[in-house]
Design a protein around this ligand. Structure first.
Ligand SMILES: *Cc1c(COP(=O)(O)O)cnc(C)c1O
Length: 406
């Protein structure tokens, strides 16, 4: 029978690149296999129903992962547990809990706090469009106060269960100082969405974030073929999240857990390579008169946001190598227009308040050759500028570069 790899760091801390290929797989040699076993069981047979009852009671009261088989696939899964172990190790947290998607992961965090009567959330814009929508619409019975980082301490109330930030934020790549924000939170847990930076560039738990959220769909999976979400946190909160996951059912499919663990192996290499290309493209865009603003984070990364002087829709219509599609973090490059797609569900006024201009494009840089990507962007920018130049006959303004987003 397969056992659960526990998140107990052994010996001196190993480098991220080493953890990426070994964490969650330490027992494989003892099992006599090299590839990770994929357990697709929905149920687990046992002739000992008294023992099962005791294990169910233990889980119901503590949320602690059961010893031995999980009883039922909605409670836990050994393959997914390997991914959770590995991600926790990469983020430097005690535990991690995986979900069916990033939004299922965020929902579980909100429900876990609401269940304790803490229904109020303080949040900083911009956030990923659907996260903004979930909070604004109050679909889970939560109430949100939007503020900027300087206003967090004043916005906190006795029933505040979470403070939520994204850094670099989707889609503007605006950055917040996590350490300063964590300080403003006092005893209220800070939830940092680390989807864009990944643990390769930033480990928010080390800066005081108690809850680190990922849309695993993006860089962790890395190949555009898995939907998933994960929360890295201390074991106390993880137990609460497992109870919520069990009761609400937003579980990750074990095959997705397998693919996400496999994705983690190459995460450091992928993120570093794509970031180098993105930095070069950001520099070229910044020097380009067809582009009016470029946002590229101080910490780097493989995401670029830029505003075009011409028609952003023409850029989307004209790219040929870069795929015009929402989502990000894949091995191939994607580009999209946030006001039309990823942040469409956010009201126009709220988009503007979050610094999301109608001219903004968001590009996820993949692993293609930088010159091939530039040729594609160059042609698309020509197409976008041609229409605008015909319309007003004026020269394009010089690009404004803003490190860290604005
Ligand atoms: C995509 C995304 C999410 C939502 O994740 P899904 O896996 O699509 O549910 C949350 N946060 C950020 C920053 C994202 O980019």
């Amino acid at each position: 029978m397969e056992t659960y790899p526990r998140v107990t760091p052994q010996g001196p801390e190993r480098a991220l690149a080493t953890e990426a290929v070994h964490a969650g797989r330490e027992d494989l040699a003892d099992l006599g296999v090299h590839a990770v076993p994929l357990d697709l069981s929905t149920t687990y047979p046992s002739h000992d129903s008294r023992g099962e009852a005791a294990r169910i009671d233990a889980f119901a009261t503590t949320g602690e992962r059961p010893d031995g088989p999980p009883v039922y696939g909605r409670l836990d899964n050994p393959t997914t547990a390997r991914f959770e172990t590995a991600l926790a190790r990469l983020e430097g947290t005690e535990s991690a809990v995986a979900f069916a998607s990033g939004m299922a992961a965020l929902s579980a965090c909100l429900l876990a706090r609401s269940a304790d009567g803490l229904r109020h959330v303080v949040a900083v814009r911009p956030l990923y469009g659907c996260s903004d929508h979930l909070l604004t619409a109050g679909l889970l019975g939560t109430e949100v106060t939007w503020t900027d980082p300087a206003g967090i301490a004043d916005a906190i109330r006795p029933d505040t269960g979470l403070v939520m930030v994204e850094t670099p934020a989707n889609p503007t790549l605006a950055e917040v100082d996590l350490r300063a924000v964590a300080h403003s939170c006092g005893s209220v847990p800070l939830l940092a969405d680390n989807t864009f930076a990944t643990p390769v560039l930033q480990r928010p738990a080390g800066s005081g974030a108690r809850i680190v959220l990922h849309s695993a769909t993006k860089y962790l999976g890395g190949h555009g073929d898995v939907l998933g979400g994960v929360v890295a946190c201390d074991e106390e909160f993880a137990r609460r999240l497992r109870q919520v996951r069990f009761a609400t059912g937003g579980v990750l499919h074990p095959l997705a857990g397998y693919l996400l663990l496999r994705g983690l192996s190459t995460l450091p290499v992928r993120v570093r390579a794509a970031s180098a290309t993105a930095a070069e493209l950001a520099a070229r865009l910044s020097a380009d008169p067809r582009v009016s603003a470029v946002h590229y984070p101080r910490i780097g990364g493989a995401m670029i946001a830029f505003e075009v002087a011409g028609d952003p829709h023409a850029v989307i219509a004209s790219v040929r190598l870069v795929t015009p599609a929402v989502s990000l973090g894949s091995v191939d490059s994607l580009i999209q227009h946030p006001a039309s797609i990823s942040h469409r569900i956010v009201g126009a006024d709220d988009r503007r308040r979050g610094g999301i201009s109608d001219r903004l494009l968001r590009m996820s840089v993949g692993l293609e050759d930088v010159e091939d990507l530039w040729r594609d962007l160059d042609a698309a920018l020509d197409a976008a500028t041609a229409g605008a130049a015909l319309a007003d006959g004026t020269a394009r303004p010089a690009a404004r570069v803003s490190a860290g987003g604005s």
